[in-house]
Design a protein around this ligand. Structure first.
Ligand code: GDP
Ligand code: IMO
Ligand code: MG
Length: 449
């Protein structure tokens, strides 16, 4: 192997000349992933990195995600569209691992176009393998939550769980089905609705009007549909720079998150490979986005949650309200055991710490440094939610800086205590912190090195 990107495959005794197997200089794909329970500020980081990218892709999740980007005081919210779509030079690909609610997608495009999003028609690409979220999936999401009663998960009710269930039980309907033979699509839709109506007799679906509606959506989406695996690999061979925007976050991952209080996709690094058809050798930097404190929307254990005035302060100063559901986000101190765990799972090569400015007014800031059980430190992150809910959290208290940092653009100009806070995170995770967010706007970022 040579130089990381130039691979020479050993012929292993085959007679073919070795140079035949030499791969071109293929740029590595950069990945942005949420390191906590979501809403870390991935949208802002992707917008920043999209300046140097040719294609920005979503690989998983659906419109349960809500990514805000602020440019020139104009706020754009993205749910299904990759945030990189703001960059007029960038193509935006919705990959096969994403579940798409077409009415939601077109509504999102219209809203953002009204705010100034330009030429999206030339730049949007949708994988033909992506699964479709129907309105009845969203109704089923609500009915399942209702059925769970006190054990409900607090989903976004965007139909994410039911759609991934349809996918896994092989009843799902893909974009390729919609733009293919409409008769076959109609049969699939009817059979899917029948299946859900057997489960939930109260579910009302007007299948005929849904079919009329989707015949129109088929024509609207057709121009944007691609076979995304060959598209992406051809682009990479041509030297194009690809950026992947993770949605949701590691602690909401269906395998590694706080199951069952998770979403229904793999929102950690594995979802990048399966959601785009990218092998691990194509992946370069994996950027973990870490909010300077912790937030969570919906139910489930949260060891560092603050149910006091400090929690309220973080919620208010941080404007911690869900972009998708408008629910107040639960707030707590930064949790290093959690971040060590997601660093293992995702293998971050770089970290961006966001919203450090939100801590500006605090005289003291706590950081969770260990989880303990009966006084003994745990050397793993608990898989069971009851174990996680009962851990004793050990904190370190650091002095605050009590000074506004929103205008700081150079690392050296940060107050000493803010640098100490950053360096404590870096030391604990063993990953360099390359960027620090100090405000909402695109320009409010410190490039550390
Ligand atoms: P995402 O889901 O990870 O993209 O994050 P959200 O957009 O849901 O939530 C992050 C919120 O914090 C958004 O309103 C951003 O505009 C805002 N934000 C991002 N970075 C910073 C930062 O460094 N400082 C401040 N004050 N706000 C930020
Ligand atoms: P971004 O990309 C925060 C949470 C929901 C709920 C759980 C399951 O903006 O960071 P779902 O509707 O996915 O079945 O809900 O997951 N959740 C998120 N929380 N940010 C997100 O996305 C989320 N996506 C899902 O609140 O607790
Ligand atoms: Mg969000």
């Amino acid at each position: 192997m040579m130089d990381g990107v130039v691979a020479e495959v050993n012929g292993g005794g085959l007679p073919s000349p070795r140079k035949k197997f030499r791969l071109q200089n293929i740029p590595k794909v950069t990945v942005v992933l949420g390191a906590q329970w979501g809403d870390e500020g991935k949208g802002k980081v992707v917008d920043m990195l999209a300046t140097g990218a040719d294609i920005v892709c979503r690989c998983q999740g659906g419109n349960n995600a809500g990514h805000t980007v602020v440019v020139d005081e104009r706020e754009y919210d993205f749910h299904l569209l990759p945030s990189g779509i703001i960059n007029p030079e960038c193509k935006s690909l919705i990959g096969n691992g994403v579940v798409i609610h077409l009415p939601g997608l077109f509504e999102e495009l219209e809203k953002n176009a009204a705010k100034g999003l330009s030429r999206w028609e030339d730049r949007l690409l949708v994988s033909d393998r992506s699964h479709l979220v129907f309105d009845f999936h969203q109704q089923v999401d609500g009915l399942q939550e209702q059925e769970k009663g006190k054990q409900s998960l607090g989903t976004t009710k965007k139909g994410i769980g039911p759609t991934y269930s349809s996918k896994a039980t092989r009843n799902g309907i893909r974009v390729a089905d919609l733009i293919g033979d409409f008769e076959i699509f109609a049969e699939k839709l009817k059979s899917l609705v029948r299946m859900y109506q057997r489960m939930f007799p109260e579910l009302k679906v007007d299948v005929e009007s849904e079919l009329v509606r989707y015949k129109k959506y088929a024509e609207r989406i057709r121009p944007f549909v691609v076979e995304s695996v060959s598209y992406l690999h051809t682009a990479l061979r041509m030297g194009k720079k690809v950026l992947v925007e993770g949605a949701n976050a590691a602690m909401l991952d269906i395998d590694f998150g706080t199951y069952p209080y998770v979403t229904s996709s793999n929102c950690s690094i594995g979802g990048v490979c399966t959601g785009l058809g990218l092998p691990p050798c194509n992946i370069g930097d994996v950027i973990g986005v870490v909010k300077a404190y912790t937030t969570r929307v919906g139910d489930g254990p949260f060891p560092t949650e603050l149910l006091d005035a400090n929690g309220e302060l973080l919620q208010e100063r941080g404007s911690e309200v869900g972009v998708t559901t408008k629910r107040k986000r639960r707030c707590g101190w930064l949790d290093l055991p959690l971040l060590r765990y997601t660093t293992l799972v995702n293998g971050y090569s770089l970290i961006c710490v966001t919203k450090l400015d939100i801590l500006d007014t605090l005289p003291e800031i706590k950081i969770a440094v260990a989880y303990k059980k009966k006084g003994k430190e745990l050397n793993y992150f608990p898989s069971s939610i009851s174990e996680l809910a009962s851990v004793e959290v050990e904190y370190e208290t650091l002095p605050g800086w009590q000074k506004s940092i929103e205008d700081v653009r150079e690392y050296d100009k940060l107050p000493l205590n803010a640098k100490r806070y950053i360096e404590r995170i870096e030391e604990c995770l063993g990953v360099p912190i390359k960027w620090i967010g100090v405000g909402k706007g695109r320009e409010s970022i410190i490039n550390v090195f």
